[in-house]
Write a protein that binds this ligand. Structure first.
Ligand SMILES: [Cu+2]
Length: 83
């Protein structure tokens, strides 16, 4: 029983630190997207669409929805990489 409690405590602390790492990852990915978009044609509809996604990611990050934020930001970054 004691082992189970220790295992749970470890799992919880891993989840917490993982959450913190994720929270600081969104701005990094958003910045990466903005940096690559800045080097491209600003009037390209695909660049504009990616920037809209990055704005959404920023809002999601501020709302504390880091998982959704990172998904959006990664989507924008991979869109930009395809160009
Ligand atoms: Cu975040």
């Amino acid at each position: 029983m004691k082992k189970a409690i220790v295992a749970m405590a470890v799992a919880v602390s891993l989840a917490v630190t993982g959450g913190v790492a994720m929270a600081s990852s969104c701005p990094k990915i958003i910045k990466e997207g903005r940096d690559s978009a800045a080097k491209m044609k600003q009037d390209d509809p695909k660049v504009k669409a990616a920037l809209v996604k990055l704005d959404e990611a920023q809002k999601l990050h501020e709302a504390g929805k880091h998982k959704e934020s990172m998904d959006k930001a990664n989507e924008a970054v991979s869109d930009l990489k395809k160009m």
